[in-house]
Design a protein around this ligand. Structure first.
Ligand code: NOJ
Length: 528
């Protein structure tokens, strides 16, 4: 099996991991300095959100030079040193690749907008306005407002699926494809172990630029973007040809990974593995973030997802990222422990968002400190609250920086930082470490088959089986004791780990009691 199948991926938001130069923003040297923490945690691969030169309109997702490092984060030497140090520790390093759009300050765009005759005009998506003078069609920006920006000099509009500072590249143009594939090669040659590809399902748009239809499920108060179904602006059939080409570049190098960011229902993710699995190795599966946190809903999600995977496709699961509210705030501190057990025992590669392992919560951001452009455009949509600095210890600025951090720290950070959590045998961090260690020790948890065992009320139980070993995972999504979790009456097993204190070594026979918010991993005594 490949490392990206058996391993655990850990996402770092570089601005918020560790600052070493006292500017209140995290940097590459800081990440390098904190690698021993990640080794102790037990993860296998790091994914870094963008660190490339950027005007930071969208905090690095607006890139003005694809083959450099923004001075805010350090230098190319710092990057090379980070790759080398990560590899010396046995960690893989995955970087973000943002091919859908550049910064409006990228030299390609500057050249493109000079005139309709520019050699790079067709590198971006330029259209004439509608006959009535409005934008070319009704497509909306995910960050609010029309997705079209008028350019008076050439009397045309350019398309931007996100901010107007993020013009979309035209991936129907072969020159764009070649240039971006060379960007991938640049980093692969520097030793990166793969890419997480930003908004990969957006890369190709309808050739005829048809209007998106209204969304019948739109409710008042939803972000305006949801008012239309983006069936012509995203998820086009031809995108798979583009992805196949990206994958071919990946395959020029040994054992690298291609991960795609895709917000689509699980049934639609299947296509992103590509025909004959020549697409993304891991089309990110965000369904756990979007599914109500109930045993029945999660059980049916797992079934739907497992049932929709093409033959040989490898699953993956994600509980949080830099775009969604923090896990512990979504489901509460007690269930965050159950979620950790679920994430690390499901079949497929888990991706863990920095700080979720210490239960970081959504930090309230005072209006004058809102930094996220989406939050500034559309009140309430800000993502700053899940991007706050990692609290390492109880010192001033939580050991993150010697200066005031770019976003506020959680008010309670003195009590819930890495240092205090590491010393507490019952902390969430200790649970994560144990879960990851258990995953490493039992092949059933990585390569094992998945078999649903029970779902009733607040309880979800499933078994993972490999090489004559069967691990039962039983999770209580509720706050009541569950006294009679039914197992086959011949079932005999031994508790390996509880998400609550105690019970390791307890013998289980025929049926099971789960305490409130408890998850158990049980080793079956004999597998016939
Ligand atoms: C998805 C990224 O995760 C998000 O942070 C960013 O704002 C958009 N893509 C645009 O690049």
């Amino acid at each position: 099996m490949h490392w990206w199948q058996t391993g655990v991926i850990y996402q770092i938001y570089p601005r918020s991991f560790q600052d070493t130069n006292g500017d209140g923003v995290g940097d590459l040297k800081g990440i390098a300095a904190r690698l021993p923490y990640l080794v102790d945690l037990g993860i296998d691969a790091i994914w870094l959100s963008p660190v490339f030169p950027s005007p930071m309109a969208d905090f690095g997702y607006d890139i003005s030079d694809y083959t450099g490092i923004d001075p805010l984060f350090g230098t190319m030497e710092d990057f090379d040193a980070l790759v080398a140090r990560a590899h010396a520790f046995g960690l893989k390093l995955i970087i973000d690749f943002v091919p859908n759009h550049t910064s409006n300050r990228h030299p390609w765009f500057a050249e493109s907008r000079v005139s309709r005759q520019s050699a790079k005009r067709d590198w971006y998506i330029w259209r004439n306005g509608a006959p009535d003078g409005g934008p070319p069609n009704n497509w909306l920006s995910e960050f609010g407002g029309s997705a079209w920006q008028y350019d008076a000099a050439s009397d045309q509009y350019y398309y931007h699926a996100f901010l107007r500072e993020q013009p979309d590249l035209n991936w129907r143009n072969p020159a764009v494809r070649e240039a971006m594939q060379d960007v991938m090669r640049f980093w692969l040659k520097r030793g990166v172990d793969g890419f997480r590809v930003d908004v990969i399902w957006h890369l190709i748009k309808d050739e005829a630029f048809r209007d998106n239809p209204p969304n019948p499920d739109y409710r008042d108060g939803d972000p305006a973007y949801r008012s239309l179904l983006p069936i012509y602006s995203t998820d086009q059939r031809q995108v798979h040809e583009v992805i196949r080409e990206l994958r071919a570049v990946i395959d020029e190098f040994p054992d690298r990974v291609l991960i795609g960011e895709i917000y689509l229902p699980v049934e639609k993710l299947a296509a992103y593995y590509g025909e004959g699995l020549n697409g993304a190795h891991l089309p990110f599966n965000f369904a756990l973030i979007e599914t109500p946190w109930r045993a029945d809903a999660v059980a049916s999600l797992i079934d739907r997802y497992e049932g929709s995977l093409p033959p040989g496709a490898w699953p993956n699961w994600v509980l949080g990222n830099h775009d969604r509210p923090r896990l512990a705030s979504r489901i509460g501190a007690a269930q965050a422990r159950v979620a950790a057990m679920l994430l690390l025992t499901l079949r497929g590669t888990p991706t863990l968002y920095y700080g979720d392992e210490i239960g970081m919560t959504q930090v309230p951001i005072p209006p004058q400190r809102v930094r996220d452009p989406w939050g500034l455009n559309v009140s309430g949509q800000g993502r700053d609250g899940c991007r706050t600095p990692m609290p390492w210890d109880a010192s001033r600025h939580a050991g993150f920086s010697s200066a005031e951090p770019w976003l506020p720290l959680a008010a309670d950070s003195p009590g819930s930082n890495v240092e205090s959590a590491a010393a507490d045998p019952n902390s969430l961090l200790t649970l994560y470490r144990r879960l990851i260690a258990l995953r490493r020790a039992h092949a059933a948890l990585t390569k094992g088959t998945y078999r649903p065992v029970a779902q009733s009320g607040a309880v979800l139980a499933f078994e993972r089986v490999a090489d004559g070993e069967a691990l039962l995972v039983a999770l209580n999504f509720g706050e009541e004791t569950e006294n009679n979790v039914l197992l086959p009456n011949t079932y005999r097993g031994t508790v390996l780990l509880s998400s609550c204190p105690g019970r390791a070594g307890e013998a289980i026979a025929g049926q099971l009691t789960l305490r409130p918010h408890e998850g158990l991993i049980i080793l079956r005594d004999s597998v016939s």
